[in-house]
Design a protein. Structure first.
Length: 410
């Protein structure tokens, strides 16, 4: 019988930018943070060049708990062993940075003594956890200044004032859900508007003082074509990363917030909403890896009952190998392990996640070459090329490989 629900997995985290243990060594030769793969029958390590690859093997990473720089323990791949013929999937996931969503509200005019409203719906993991898929919205409302004392129909209100009002209203929100900034609606030369602190290109963020300088400049111009105006952007604020004290009780994998903006008051005759940056969710953060280690600890180390019913915190010490602040690439092996007990045959789904710091290219090259060699006879495409193409810059949002529809599928 087989079971694919809630499969058991292990997380092997490396450090120290070390190559995988060379062939022909005992497990005691592992250095702390180093990974190796061993023949399950001899417990001797083998490498990418070993031929043939053993039919049954296991991975292990060295652990140093006391800072002695010597091997004190190991963490193994899931299951007693990995059967080569039982490998069902092989995938690679590079670290990818998160980025907020940015929307621009622009192209509006403004009237004096008028209400203007910007309604924003927020969607993120925390909101869904608290109230499900019920809509969570907030409306930011401002009122423009009094009209000039002039003849009926006179309206000389500068829309830059509306920009400053809305930006100030959003940024003064105690909940801190958005960051608003004024931006130049067109290129502005400080040789023309001499009171500016600098020139601005189209869409460049402006200081409040320089927007006020535009307002003063526009007041001296009679032709609207000679005036300069601004729009504003709203940037979503991510969920804060919770503190890890054995368990992160406020953990969220997806930290970024999606925003949906509607102009609900005053903008009827002008104003458009444009998404200038789509949201991207971080993959491979230390918090993400530690949460996987926390989940995997239920099968080893901390025991099956990880949390206390009373305090909601860990019953026993959970050992984390991921280092706070480090960004990790990941390779994943999924496999079935067949075994017999009594008169029945069992087939259980297991997986092992290999996490190495994205900047540690020696580990990356060695580990991915080893994994490619192991799965070569199972019909999988090699992934070392994808790993080598991954950026080591933690600020980069990674695109999917061009051949991602094939990689990892046997």
């Amino acid at each position: 019988m087989s079971n694919r629900n809630n499969d058991v997995f292990s997380v092997l985290v490396t450090r120290g930018n070390q190559a995988a243990l060379a062939a022909g060594n005992n497990i005691s030769a592992l250095a702390p943070g180093q990974i190796g793969v061993f023949d399950a029958n001899t417990n001797i390590s083998f490498g990418a060049a070993t031929s043939p690859i053993p039919r049954e093997f296991y991975f292990a990473v060295g652990i140093d708990r006391t800072g002695s720089s010597t091997l004190e323990d190991i963490r193994q791949s899931a299951g007693q062993l990995i059967q080569k013929k039982g490998i069902t999937a092989y995938t690679f996931v590079p670290h990818s940075a998160g980025r907020p969503m940015i929307q621009k509200v622009g192209g509006y005019d403004a009237k004096c003594d008028t209400d203007y409203g910007v309604k924003v719906e927020f969607r993120n993991s925390r909101i869904y956890r608290i109230q499900g898929h019920n809509q969570y919205t907030k409306t930011y409302v401002v009122k423009t200044g009094c009209c000039d004392d002039c003849a009926e129909g006179c309206d000389s209100y500068d829309s830059n004032n509306l920009t400053l009002l809305v930006v100030a209203e959003i940024n003064s929100d105690v909940q801190g859900l958005l960051i608003a900034q004024p931006i130049a609606r067109q290129a502005i030369d400080d040789a023309v508007v001499t009171t500016l602190s600098q020139s601005y290109t189209l869409g460049e963020v402006m200081s409040v003082a320089d927007v006020e300088a535009l307002i003063a400049y526009n007041a001296t111009q009679t032709d609207v074509a000679d005036k300069f105006f601004t729009d504003f952007t709203m940037t979503s604020v991510p969920i804060k990363i919770g503190a890890w004290f054995q368990v992160n009780l406020g953990f969220h994998k997806f930290l970024e917030t999606v925003i949906i903006t509607s102009l609900v008051e005053g903008f009827a005759c002008g104003g458009t909403v444009t998404t200038t940056q789509e949201v991207a969710f971080e993959e491979g953060s230390s918090s993400n890896i530690k949460d996987k280690e926390y989940m995997a600890s239920g099968w080893a180390g901390s025991g099956p009952y990880v949390l206390s019913d009373v305090t909601g915190t860990a019953r026993n010490t959970i050992e984390f190998l991921a280092v706070d602040g480090t960004k990790y690439d990941q390779a994943i092996l999924e496999y079935f392990q067949k075994s017999e007990s009594g008169w029945k045959e069992y087939e259980n789904a297991l997986s092992t996640i290999f996490a190495y710091p994205a900047t540690e290219t020696t580990t990356r090259t060695s580990l991915m070459a080893l994994l490619d060699a192991i799965v070569a006879g199972n019909g999988f495409e090699p992934l070392a090329d994808d790993a080598a193409a991954a950026s080591v810059n933690p600020a980069v949002v990674e695109a999917a490989p061009a051949d991602a529809t094939k990689d990892g599928i046997g």
